[in-house]
Design a protein around this ligand. Structure first.
Ligand code: NAD
Length: 500
């Protein structure tokens, strides 16, 4: 499937906002695949205004009816899964299987949101006053600003948007400047869903194209009560205070530095599979990629040489090809960051296997790399996230020390332990265990399902999206007390006698 075929199949071949402001390159070969016009600040303001109007209509549509729009969108995604999956691959470089997986994740969250549209439950609460009823009502919140990263160019938007829509909110999406085509494709498919649905207010779902300055306009606009921002910790550090300054709410989904602990009792076959997928999948460019491995002394020699052997035989190449397991990094900057990190690791006493460019003759402008393993000196740790396939390996001999070292980094997204010892497994998921938002047992760090709440602690930002009760962040909680008596008793027994 060529890029032209894909754009035609989705139906955006003739409607792209061509221009000269933003050039888009495919990481597959570095070729320019589009040049787009970006939104001006005035256009962004207008889109926010239209989003406010759309919200005022949409919030009055019954939630199950709102779910019907999301159900239709899920149907359209099923019809376009291959084309959209391939576009994800063209634009962000993940292998086609993972591109398809990303679209499947969108379909899954649509199904979840449809069910949720009939389950936006509030509580009834016992009142201390006679003939009074107290209840909690969840109200639509307003326009939701979604800022997304290049590495999950469509799924993260879908997590936010499908939930926001059933909650009665409108959405304004600022995708990564590296992946605007997938965003425009999603907008087209969403517009198709609206046409099939019938009456949808104009501007319910909007995309703004541009770099971070365009994102900043969204972040600073008081009309947008919630900003859901996914990206680097650097970005979160800039966005969070700006949103807080205007008393907006934010959901932050930022960088990770995820670790796996391999205990002496681990099923090493399982651990091996979980580690390889977690560390080289998506060429190490998942927020949940496995970056650190703590291996018990007793199993180090059975596991680490096996990993090194597997790394040396990985099929690196064009992510559209069936046999490829490792596609390219997003761009040259990512490659240079990987080189820097490997140089630093060597200076810190690490023993590096792999690393360096691959296929440079075939793809001089595509940044393919050999995934790297770095065996680190005893007692060391790595505190930074490098968005590339580098797996730092550390030895340990005491589980509590391994957990402490796993936790001893600024980030707190995903973590896992491979063990058959129930005491270790339960310790790992206890209050004295992993301090991450995700703590798995006998499963790697990456590849979460949509049913759980997704997100992490510390510099990962503390936000939660997707499943469980994450929807509450997209709504306004109202406490309502109704008095059906003929008296007006005050709470806490307070008397306020006016003498009348
Ligand atoms: P990035 O921070 O460079 O950009 C992310 C988005 O933020 C882009 O759309 C960008 O234009 C925008 N942005 C940047 N600065 C901004 C600002 N000051 N105001 C408004 N918008 C701004 O991240 P990236 O390189 O695209 O993605 C990789 C990073 O994202 C990694 O750190 C990865 O761990 C993280 N990530 C986290 C999750 C998660 O759920 N925790 C998921 C995916 C990616």
């Amino acid at each position: 499937m060529t890029l032209d075929d894909i754009l035609k199949e989705i139906g955006i071949d003739e409607n792209l906002p061509h221009g000269t402001d933003l050039e888009v390159f495919s990481p597959i070969d570095g070729a320019k695949i589009a040049a787009l016009r970006t939104d001006t600040p005035a256009e962004v303001k207008d889109k926010i205004g239209a989003s406010v109007s759309a919200f005022k209509t949409w919030r009055e549509v019954p939630a199950p009816k709102r779910g019907e729009l999301v159900r239709i969108f899920g149907e359209i995604l099923r019809e376009n899964k291959e084309a959209l999956g391939a576009l994800v691959t063209y634009e962000c470089g993940k292998i086609y299987q993972e591109g398809l997986g990303e679209v499947q994740e969108m379909i899954d969250i649509c199904d979840f949101a449809v069910g949720l549209s009939r389950q936006l439950y509030g509580l009834t609460i016992a009142s201390e006053r006679p003939q009074h009823k107290m209840r909690e009502i969840w109200q639509p919140l307003g326009p939701v600003g979604v800022i997304s990263a290049f590495n999950f160019p469509v799924a993260v938007w879908a997590w936010n948007t499908t939930i926001a829509l059933v909650c009665g909110d409108s959405v304004i999406w600022k995708p990564s400047e590296k992946t605007p085509l997938t965003a425009l494709a999603c907008l087209k498919l969403f517009d198709d869903a609206c046409a099939r649905f019938g009456e949808v207010p104009d501007g319910l779902m909007q995309v703004i194209i541009g770099e971070r300055d365009i994102g900043e306009i969204l972040v600073d606009d008081k009309r947008v009560p919630l900003i859901s921002a996914t990206g680097s910790t650097r970005m979160g550090r800039e966005v969070a205070p700006r949103v807080a300054q205007r008393f907006g709410k934010s959901i932050l989904e930022l960088g990770g530095n995820n670790a796996i602990i391999v205990a002496p009792s681990a099923d090493l076959d399982l651990a091996f599979q979980g580690i390889v997928f977690g560390s080289v999948g998506t060429c190490g460019q998942r927020c949940t990629s496995t970056r650190r491995l703590f291996v018990h002394d007793d199993v180090y020699d059975a596991l680490v040489p096996r990993l090194k052997k597997a790394y040396s035989g990985l099929s690196i190449g064009n992510p559209m090809h069936d046999k490829t397991l490792v596609g390219p990094l997003i761009d040259e900057q990512a490659y240079l960051a990987m080189e820097d990190a490997l140089n630093k690791a060597q200076m810190d006493g690490g023993d590096v296997t792999g690393g360096g460019r691959a296929l440079a003759d075939q793809y001089p402008n595509g940044f393919y790399v050999k995934p790297a393993i770095v065996e680190m000196p005893d007692g060391s740790n790595v505190a930074e996230e490098t968005f590339a396939p580098i797996l730092y390996i550390f030895k340990y001999n005491d589980i509590e020390d391994a957990i402490a070292r796993q936790n001893d980094v600024p980030q707190g997204l995903s973590s896992s332990i491979f063990t058959r010892d129930i005491q270790e497994a339960e310790l790992f998921t206890s209050e004295a265990g992993s301090d991450c938002g995700i703590a798995n047992v006998n499963i790697g760090t990456s590849g979460a399902e949509i049913g759980g709440a997704f997100g992490g602690e510390k510099e990962t930002g503390g936000g939660r999206e997707s499943g469980s009760d994450s929807w509450k962040a997209y709504m306004r909680r109202m406490t309502s007390t109704v008095n059906y008596s003929s008296e007006l008793p005050l709470a806490q027994g307070v008397t306020f006698d006016t003498g009348e």
